[in-house]
Design a protein around this ligand. Structure first.
Ligand code: KG4
Ligand code: ZN
Length: 348
């Protein structure tokens, strides 16, 4: 670790995780998380007001824990970074206001950064500098995007995204149909391991005119409906629902489309590296199929460990440190939280 590298604290509050990470240059020193996920479980989805309140309560203790883990004091920080969007407006505001207060009181620069670019940047603390350009597949509860990333600190281009449900959202909805708790992705992943891919569910936007028009876009809503209908018909017939097989077949359909389009995007854009990030990147079948298909196509695959794929503060600190290292101008203290910040705007 380089002792002169910038020490940056990153704050993430775009959804239900209060994340505080500390990095020195490209080295991760702390990654502390307080999640309100249990408070949302009974509603079957994240309740924005509940999330905002939980961020408020968790913020100071999580910052203190991160400093203790990293063995640093707040006065040692060289910069503060924060997710300024996209995400839940009230939740983002808690993070942005906290980061402003911290930066102002310490007299250090503030960087308001894009949540999605942070999901890409986090891999730097795991696998070193990002190859430029990198192609990134971002799959979370709120987003499914294919990005061409020439420079994660200021040039992120969208090749395609979901036209309806995000991949994680589809996992959560199908899990609900199968009677699993929220968030459902990890439960489907686990159930699928003891199931077999015996049901042929639809792969949206992968054939004919759809594929031409929506080459790098995704659609999971038809798949979700097909699974719901199949399960409802099975229940109506009085036969037991083969939960593991349905989970495995649904998961296979999602993962097949994601990896197929990601590898195609790498080929067509002449990019030799694929990075996968976002909560769904924790999926074991996605990781395995991406590894197989990338190897067959001669593409180097980079996927951070599962804990860095889901929302966390380390990703924000990692991107903030890159901003400092590349001499990017800091954000204004009037920086707003922008719930619909476009993926192409890396810094606000
Ligand atoms: O990136 P993330 O933590 O938060 C958002 O920005 O949305 O992603 C959360 C999403 C949820 O939909 C969750 O079900 C999904 O990631 N997820 C998974 C797995 N672990 C988390 N989906 C499939 N398989 C998993 N192992
Ligand atoms: Zn995320």
């Amino acid at each position: 670790m380089c002792p002169d590298a910038p020490l940056v604290l990153g704050i993430e509050t775009s959804c239900d995780e209060t994340g505080v990470g500390i990095v020195r240059g490209e080295a991760l020193l702390a990654d502390e998380i307080a999640s309100s996920v249990d408070e949302h479980a009974r509603f079957g989805g994240v309740v924005p007001e509940v999330a905002s309140r939980a961020h408020l309560e968790a913020m100071v203790p999580t910052i203190e824990r991160a400093c203790r883990t990293a063995g640093v004091a707040l006065r040692d920080l060289d910069a503060v970074a924060v997710t300024s969007g996209p995400g839940l407006a009230g939740a983002l505001m808690v993070g942005v206001a906290s980061a402003k207060a911290l930066a102002l009181s310490l007299g250090v620069p503030l960087y308001g950064v894009n949540h999605l670019a942070s999901h890409v940047a986090v891999d730097i603390v795991e696998h070193g500098p990002l190859p430029e350009p990198t192609l990134a597949l971002l799959v979370s509860g709120g987003h499914s995007s294919l990005l061409l990333v020439p420079d994660v600190t200021h040039d992120v281009r969208s090749l395609g995204s979901t036209i309806d449900d995000a991949a994680g959202e589809a996992f959560d909805k199908v899990a609900r149909v199968l009677g699993m708790p929220f968030p459902g992705g990890p439960h489907i992943d686990r159930a699928a391991r003891s199931g077999e891919v015996v049901l042929d569910f639809p792969r949206g936007l992968t054939t004919g005119r759809d594929m031409q028009r929506y080459r790098f876009d995704f659609s999971f809503s038809g798949l979700k409906t097909a699974v719901s209908r199949w399960v409802a018909a099975r229940e109506a017939s009085g036969e037991p629902v083969p939960v593991a097989d349905v989970a495995a077949s649904f998961q296979e359909a999602v993962v097949d489309v994601l990896t197929r389009k990601a590898v195609l995007a790498c080929r067509e854009h002449g990019v030799g590296h694929l990075q996968i990030g976002g909560g769904v990147a924790a999926n074991s079948r996605l990781r395995a199929m991406a590894a197989e298909r990338c190897e067959a196509a001669g593409i180097e695959l980079r996927v951070p460990r599962p804990g860095l794929c889901t929302d966390n503060g380390a990703m924000v600190a990692a991107l903030g440190a890159q901003m400092v290292l590349r001499g990017r101008t800091a954000s204004e203290l009037s920086l707003p939280a922008d719930s619909s910040l476009p993926v192409t705007v890396v810094q606000s």
